[in-house]
Design a binder for this molecule. Structure first.
Ligand SMILES: [Cu+2]
Length: 410
């Protein structure tokens, strides 16, 4: 019964129906190209760096070959199953003709797959070595430090071996068209750094330095994601690479090396009050602002920035020059075409700053950080269990003062 129903069903599949099905599939697949292009974290289309290009050029053809093999093997199987299926008028007693060994076929299905696999293996091994090549001599050196749940970036601009020239967070600012030599590590748990349009993934493991390269062919913003589950706010641990022209980058790097402005203790301006509040150990016990509270380090000398308090919280010296905050979860500027266009150079003009600052987002953060981004599964008020920023129960007047102060950190 069942067999008859099945075979009748199969016979009813008309060629016309299959053609229509194929046509629909083709249209849907062609549409995918469009969908891919609109997604900024796509690693298979519209890659924007030599490493990512290389990976896409390896994955896509291999996938195409695998697709052809898949269709041929399954098509062949289906063909044999249908052609030689049992029929109602078959003689149940009769044993079909038994065939053993067909030299040509057997050689074919042994050597053809072996050749295909060999091709894929060679291309892959060449790729592994290529991606592991040492970066060029004039590459920009940046240390990437994964933290629960944001990324810190430290630059070795003078190439003296120490990543101590610029410390920033959230936005990885690089010059377009120049190789970037990353050294990836972590302060707490294992994270993984992935900016899909620029290169593949690289794990960030405590006490290890993993080399990785990036290069953005042209200026632009390239987003990414931490891709190793690292705790509660793993999904909020985003990456934003901002590639600038060489001139813009140099200007940015110069600005980042300046110290922050210090306010006199008796400055009664709003920003002055905010500075005083910041230094009443609350904020300054976690956040470093160079030129302001780095003297809280023993003997006033930053010997080892790894032991520095800012290791566990973003360095705020040039906070306003960033486009995002809190692990790039929030935009620091409003989402208008004018403000988007400004890139990281948006703070050059104080008017741009006031126009573009997304004040509401920053206020919400200061009011209650754990409400904006999960920090602990069972939060204890005022405590973070070593992760994230606690709710400091600031009142609105204090928030106003702090924001006035933060806007001076350009
Ligand atoms: Cu992570």
């Amino acid at each position: 019964m069942l067999r008859r129903a099945l075979s009748q069903g199969l016979r009813r599949v008309r060629p016309a129906t299959s053609l229509a099905g194929l046509a629909t599939a083709a249209v849907v697949l062609a549409g995918c190209g469009d969908v891919f292009d609109r997604h900024p974290q796509n690693t298979l289309h519209n890659t924007r760096g030599p490493e990512a290009d290389f990976l896409a050029n390896l994955i896509n053809p291999v996938f195409a070959v695998a697709g052809v093999v898949f269709v041929l093997v399954l098509g062949g199987t289906l063909f044999v199953v249908l052609k030689f299926r049992a029929r109602d008028d078959d003689d149940a007693e009769e044993i079909p003709r038994q065939i053993h060994g067909n030299m040509r076929l057997e050689l074919g299905w042994t050597f053809l797959p072996a050749l295909i696999l060999l091709g894929v293996a060679i291309a892959t091994v060449v790729g592994v070595f290529r991606l592991a090549e040492k970066p060029s001599e004039d590459a920009l050196r940046v240390q990437v430090i994964g933290q629960q749940w944001w990324w810190e970036y430290r630059y070795d601009l003078d190439r003296d071996g120490a990543y101590d020239d610029v410390t920033t967070a959230n936005d990885l600012v690089i010059p377009a068209g120049r190789e970037v030599d990353l050294s990836i590590t972590s302060r707490d748990v294992i994270h993984s750094f992935w900016a899909p349009r620029l290169n593949g993934k690289r794990d960030a493991v405590p006490n290890r330095d993993h080399p990785w390269r990036l290069e953005a062919e042209r200026p632009g913003e390239y987003v990414g994601q931490c891709t190793e589950f690292c705790g509660l706010s793993h999904a909020e641990m985003r990456i934003k690479v901002i590639a600038l022209t060489t001139g813009q980058f140099d200007r940015w790097a110069d600005g980042q090396q300046e110290q922050a402005r210090a306010f006199a203790a008796d400055d009664t301006s709003l920003a002055g009050q905010g500075a005083a509040l910041f230094n009443q150990q609350l904020c300054s016990s976690c956040h470093l602002i160079e030129g302001v509270n780095d003297d809280k380090v023993p003997n006033g000398v930053i010997k080892d920035r790894n032991l520095q308090m800012s290791r566990r919280a973003p360095n705020l010296t040039h906070f306003m020059s960033r486009t995002t905050f809190a692990g790039a979860k929030f935009d620091l500027r409003k989402d208008t075409p004018e403000c988007r266009k400004l890139g990281v150079t948006w703070a050059d003009d104080p008017d741009d700053l006031t126009r573009c600052l997304d004040r509401a987002a920053l206020e919400a953060w200061l009011r209650n950080p754990p409400a904006e981004k999960a920090m602990a599964a069972d939060p204890v008020p005022g405590k973070t269990g070593g992760r994230g920023m606690p709710n400091l129960n600031l009142d609105e007047a204090q928030i106003d003062q702090l924001i006035a102060y933060l806007t001076t950190l350009k």
